[in-house]
Design a protein around this ligand. Structure first.
Ligand code: MG
Length: 249
């Protein structure tokens, strides 16, 4: 079921979104070579709980941490570890959610550790730009396929692979609600967007190829090609005045 949010729901969702976005911002300020992916998770956990919220991901489906931390060829759902250190030149996606006053938030950013290669920079830039291009079309009356197609076309034109097995989603009292928001699709197809919908748009883009592999840990997803992968996500409210991002610091 697609849930339509009231003004008071939206106020709470905005607060939940801000808490998650602020936590990501702190990671952005602190991330450096030598830090473990568990250190990053600890920052997220501390920032979210310090604001009276709960990490949405902790325990979700059995996930053992507060953030998904995915390095380089890891696409999504990387499990933070004391043994995994990030190094100069790595790209690190940090996906977080905060549960606050009955509502979830969900946002992701892929950080550069120190100086990264021009190829990595281009991948991050394209993936983030495709998110903002897709947000622009999230207007009342548009269809989900318009969002999906925007991400796909933007990234394909630049030669990148699109992850199809995972996608964006509705969000609210539940972390994952209907509808699904794929990163590939046909314009003019799918559900129409209506006022008060809240959806997460989250391009997951591979430098080479669409294919992915699920690791035996049951969580971590990597690119089949071994190439880098980037992931950016915002939560967007559909309004008469256009799309409003709810996951801003
Ligand atoms: Mg999400």
């Amino acid at each position: 079921m697609v849930t339509i949010k009231s003004a008071s729901d939206i106020e709470k969702m905005r607060e939940a979104g801000k808490i998650a976005a602020n936590a990501l911002q702190v990671v952005g300020q602190k991330i450096r070579p030598g830090m473990t992916t568990k250190d990053i998770d600890k920052i997220i956990h501390r920032e979210i709980t310090a604001h009276g919220a709960k990490p949405s991901f902790l325990g979700y489906g059995g996930f053992p941490a507060s953030a998904c931390v995915s390095v380089n060829n890891e696409v999504i759902h990387g499990i933070p570890s004391d043994h995994r250190r990030v190094a100069e030149g790595d790209i690190v996606s940090v996906d977080v959610g905060a549960f606050y006053k009955g509502f979830h938030s969900d946002t992701c950013y892929t950080f550069a550790v120190g100086e990264i290669s021009p190829e990595a920079k281009a991948l991050l830039q394209t993936t983030e730009e495709s998110l903002y291009e897709a947000i622009k079309v999230a207007n009342i009356g548009a269809r989900l396929g318009d969002i999906s197609h925007t991400v796909e076309a933007y990234c394909r034109e630049r030669g990148y692979g699109i992850v199809k097995q995972y996608c964006g989603h509705g969000i609210g009292r539940n972390l994952h609600e209907e509808p699904e928001v794929p990163n590939h699709g046909k314009p003019g197809h799918g559900m129409r967007l209506v006022q008060g919908m809240t959806i997460c748009i989250e391009p997951m883009i591979n430098a080479v190829g669409d294919e992915i592999i699920q690791l035996p840990d049951g969580w971590t997803v990597i690119t089949k090609s071994g190439s880098l992968s980037a992931h950016f996500e915002h939560e967007v409210l559909i309004t008469a005045d256009g799309p409003v991002i709810l996951t801003l610091p």
